[in-house]
Design a protein around this ligand. Structure first.
Ligand code: T1G
Length: 659
C-alpha cells in the first residue's frame, strides 16, 4: 500500500485497516519539530478516514524515538510542543498503539506512555534519562509512568535515568506484550482495542504504594544525586502524581522542566553529552580503517594489567597475559578470575559470560606466547628502561603488523617507540585504575604512531566500552598535567593560609566526591614525591615551590596506606592532624608568610582557573584537540562534577572566575 507523507520525517501506510505511522528522523528519530508536526497530521488523517480503525506508531532503523531533539533546547519553541502531541495521542478517539522497535528514551518513552497500548520488540528499551541531562521529563513522563508501573518503580526509573529491557518492561506493566514481530502484534492490539473506550494512561489512578517503600526509593535516588537538583525534582514530581490531579501534575511537571532546562546544570550536562560524542573523532583518521584485533596480549597482570584483561575479555577478545614466572602467572590468572567472579556475585556479569571469558584467557610465563597477538599492551612497572627493553624484546616476538601499546602514566612514549624496530606501531593507552571499571582511556598519539594504529587503538578502546580521548605527548598527558597544576595551586593556597581541610571542603561543596588532599592521601604521596625529586635538577629555580608535601613524605607520611598523610587515619576515618597543622605553620614561617583567610568561592575560583589555564596551554600546544575533551578527562578521570561541565566549561560560564 502506498505511503502517505505527513512531514519530512513522518509517513504512514494502511495495514489491515490500521494506519502504521513510521518516524524516520536520523540518526535517532528525535522528536524534532517536523516529527511532532507529522504525528499530529497523521492522527488527524486517521481520525478523518472512516476505514482507519486505529494507529500504530513505530520508528525507522534501530531506534524507536531517542527523545526530544536536545539541539532544539534553548531555541524558540515551535508548535506543536511535545506535551500537545501527547495529549493528541492520548485523546485520540481511535486506538493508538506504540510498536517499539528500539530505544524509546525521554520523549520517545513518553510517546509510548501516551499511547493506549504498547508492544515491545526484542531490541526495545525504555527509559526516561532526562536527569542525566539535568532536567526532568517534560511531556508527561512523571505523571503517566507511575500510573502504569506504580510510584516506587517510577521513582527508580525516572530518578536514576536507567533503561529497562523488554523482560523487565513487561514485568513492570510498562508494555502489554513483547513480540519478535512487534508490528504485527501492535496491529493486532489495535484490532482488540477498536470499538472500546480507550485506556487513557492519564485517566488511570496511581496504584496505592506503601509510604515506607516510596520513602526508601526516594532516599536511594537522593543519595546518588550528589549536588544535582534534577533527581530530587524528578522524585517530587512522581510523588505528586498520586497527590494532585493529572492536569495539575502535568502543569507542575512542565514548569519544572522549563526551569531546569534553562539551568546551568542542564547546560553543563548537555555539553558533556555532546562532548562524549565528539571525543575520539580525529579528522586525520577520516577513511582510515583500523586493523583487525582478535587476540590481545597483556604484559603484566598486576592490578592494572588484570583490570585491562577483564575489560578486554568481557568485550569478547582472546587475552594472553604474560608474567615473569609461573607463580606470578598463576597469581595473575587468579587475580583476573577474581575480578570476574566479583562481577558475577554483584550481578553485573552473567556466570556464563564469566565462563566464556575464562575460556578465552591464557596467562603464561613464556613471552613467546605473544607471537599470535594482534595488539599488545604493557602494564609493567612505570620505568623507562623496563618498558623500552620489553618493547625491544617484543619486536622479535610479535608479527610486524602487531600493535604495541604502552600504558605509561608519566613516561615519554616517543622515547619508548624510538627504541623499537617499528616506531609506527607504538601507541599510548593510558587506562585509569581500576581499568575494568573506569571509562576513561587517554589514547596517546605519539610522534611516530601510524594513522591506522591510532584508529585501531581508538576502535579497541570503544569496543571495551571506554571513553577514548586522544592526547598528544606531554608529561602526564592531559589529565595528570592538569591534575599537577590543580595540586600546585592548592598547595600554594595552603602555604598562603588555607588549611587542607578547608580546600577539600570547598571542593566537596562544589561537587567533587573528594577534595584534592583526600585524593592525594588515597593515591599515596610518594608517587608525586618521586617525580618531584626526579625533576629537582631541572626545576625552574625562580618558580614558586611548596615544600610541605616533601616534608610530609620525609616524615614517612605517605597517606592513608601509612595511616598518616595530609590527614591522620588512626581512627579509620580522616582527621585533621595537629602535627600537619604545625608542619604547615613552620613551612609558612620559614618563608615569612603571614597566613591569610580564603573564602570558599576564592578557593574554588583559583582551582578552576588553574585547571582551565593548564587546559588552555594544552590546546595551544596541540596536546588536546578540543576543550570539551579536557572536560571529559577531568570528569571521568578525576572526579570533576559532570553537572558543572568540566573545568573548561566551568571557566567559560563561572561568573566569578577572576580573568
Ligand atoms: N537529540 C539530538 N541529538 C541526539 C539525541 C537527541 N536526543 N540523541 C542522540 N543524538 C545524536 C548524537 O549527538 C550523535 O550525533 C548521534 O545522535 C548518534 O548518537 C521531553 C525533554 C539514542 C541511545 O537523553 O542516549 O526527551 O555525533 O552516538 O550510540 O521529556 O544517542 O552523530 O553528530 O549516542 O546509537 C532524552 C540521548 C532527551 C537520549 C543512541 N533522550 N541519546 O545511541 O548513538 S530529553 C536522551 C542517547 C527529552 C522529554 C525530554 C543515544 C541513543 P553525532 P549516539 P547511539
Amino acid at each position: 500500500m502506498s505511503a502517505t507523507r505527513f512531514s519530512e520525517s513522518v509517513s504512514g501506510s494502511i495495514r489491515d485497516g490500521v494506519l502504521v505511522v513510521i518516524i524516520a528522523n536520523a540518526p535517532v528519530n528525535a522528536t524534532s519539530a517536523h516529527v511532532r508536526q507529522g504525528l499530529v497530521k497523521a492522527l488527524d488523517h486517521a481520525s478523518a478516514v472512516g476505514t482507519v480503525i486505529g494507529v500504530v506508531i513505530t520508528g525507522a532503523g534501530r531506534t524507536f524515538v531517542g527523545g526530544a531533539d536536545i539541539r532544539e533546547f534553548g531555541k524558540p519553541p515551535v508548535e506543536p510542543t511535545l506535551p500537545e502531541v501527547m495529549q493528541r495521542i492520548e485523546n485520540c478517539s481511535k486506538p493508538v498503539v506504540a510498536s517499539v522497535n528500539g530505544a524509546a528514551l525521554g520523549g520517545g518513552c513518553e510517546i509510548a506512555l501516551a499511547c493506549h497500548g504498547r508492544v515491545a520488540g526484542e531490541a526495545a528499551s525504555f527509559g526516561l534519562p532526562e536527569v542525566k541531562l539535568g532536567i526532568v521529563p517534560g511531556a508527561g513522563g512523571t505523571q503517566r509512568l507511575p500510573r502504569l508501573i506504580g510510584t516506587v518503580a517510577a521513582i527508580d526509573l525516572i530518578g536514576s535515568g536507567r533503561t529497562v529491557r523488554p523482560d523487565e518492561a513487561i514485568k513492570l506493566g510498562l508494555v502489554d506484550g513483547v513480540a519478535a514481530d512487534h508490528l504485527a502484534a501492535a496491529v493486532g492490539l489495535v484490532h482488540q482495542l477498536a470499538g472500546q473506550s480507550q485506556r487513557r494512561t492519564g485517566l488511570l489512578d496511581v496504584p496505592i504504594a506503601e509510604l515506607a517503600a516510596v520513602e526508601a526509593a526516594s532516599k536511594k535516588v537522593l543519595s546518588r544525586s550528589r549536588g544535582q537538583s534534577a533527581p530530587a525534582e524528578a522524585v517530587r514530581l512522581v510523588r505528586l502524581a498520586s497527590e494532585r490531579t493529572f492536569r495539575d501534575g502535568l502543569a507542575e511537571e512542565r514548569a519544572t522542566f522549563l526551569r531546569l532546562r534553562d539551568s546551568n546544570e542542564a547546560a553543563a550536562l548537555r555539553h558533556v553529552f555532546f562532548a562524549e560524542r565528539q571525543a575520539g573523532k580525529v579528522d586525520k583518521l577520516e577513511g582510515i580503517a583500523p586493523r583487525r584485533i582478535e587476540t590481545v596480549g597483556i604484559v603484566g597482570t598486576g592490578l592494572m594489567g588484570a583490570g585491562i584483561a577483564v575489560a578486554a575479555l568481557t568485550a569478547g577478545y582472546r587475552v594472553v597475559g604474560i608474567e615473569q614466572t609461573e607463580d606470578a602467572a598463576t597469581k595473575g590468572r587468579e587475580r583476573i578470575a577474581g575480578i570476574l567472579d566479583k562481577a558475577v556475585q554483584s550481578g553485573r556479569l552473567a556466570a556464563t559470560v564469566r565462563d566464556g571469558c575464562l575460556a578465552r584467557l591464557a596467562v603464561a610465563a613464556n613471552i613467546g606466547e605473544l607471537a599470535a597477538a594482534d595488539f599488545v599492551i604493557e602494564a609493567v612497572f612505570d620505568d623507562l628502561a623496563v618498558k623500552t627493553e620489553l618493547f625491544q624484546r617484543l619486536d622479535g616476538i610479535v608479527r610486524p603488523d602487531a600493535i604495541l601499546a604502552t600504558n605509561t602514566s608519566y613516561l615519554n612514549p616517543d622515547e619508548i617507540a624510538a627504541a623499537t624496530a617499528h616506531p609506527g606501531r607504538v601507541v599510548g593507552l593510558h587506562f585509569f585504575s581500576p581499568a575494568n571499571i573506569m571509562r576513561l582511556v587517554e589514547v596517546v598519539d605519539c610522534k611516530a604512531t601510524a594513522p591506522d594504529v591510532l584508529a585501531s587503538a581508538l576502535a579497541f578502546a570503544r569496543k571495551l566500552g571506554k571513553l577514548p580521548v586522544v592526547s598528544g605527548v606531554t608529561e602526564g598527558f592531559i589529565g595528570n598535567r592538569i591534575f599537577s597544576a590543580y595540586r600546585r595551586e592548592a598547595e600554594f593556597m595552603v602555604e598562603d593560609g588555607a588549611a587542607p581541610e578547608e580546600v577539600d571542603a570547598a571542593l566537596e561543596a562544589y561537587g567533587f566526591p573528594m577534595g584534592i588532599f583526600t585524593v592525594y592521601d588515597m593515591a599515596g604521596l610518594e608517587i608525586a614525591w618521586a617525580r618531584r625529586k626526579r625533576q629537582a635538577a631541572t626545576r625552574d629555580p625562580n618558580a614558586r615551590y611548596v615544600e610541605i608535601a616533601d616534608k610530609l613524605c620525609e616524615a614517612g607520611r605517605f597517606g592513608r596506606k601509612t595511616g598518616k598523610g595530609w590527614y591522620d587515619y588512626a581512627s579509620g576515618e580522616k582527621a585533621v592532624d595537629p602535627e600537619v597543622t604545625a608542619l604547615i605553620a613552620a613551612a609558612r614561617a620559614a618563608k615569612d608568610i603571614s597566613p591569610r583567610r580564603f573564602t570558599v568561592d576564592e578557593i574554588v575560583d583559583r582551582l578552576l582557573r588553574a585547571m582551565a589555564d593548564e587546559g588552555a596551554a594544552l590546546l595551544t600546544e596541540g596536546i588536546a584537540a578540543r576543550s570539551s575533551d579536557i572536560d571529559l578527562v577531568m570528569i571521568n578521570g578525576y572526579g570533576f562534577p559532570a553537572h558543572k561541565g568540566g573545568p573548561m566549561f566551568a571557566a567559560e560560564t563561572h561568573k566569578d572566575i577572576t580573568p
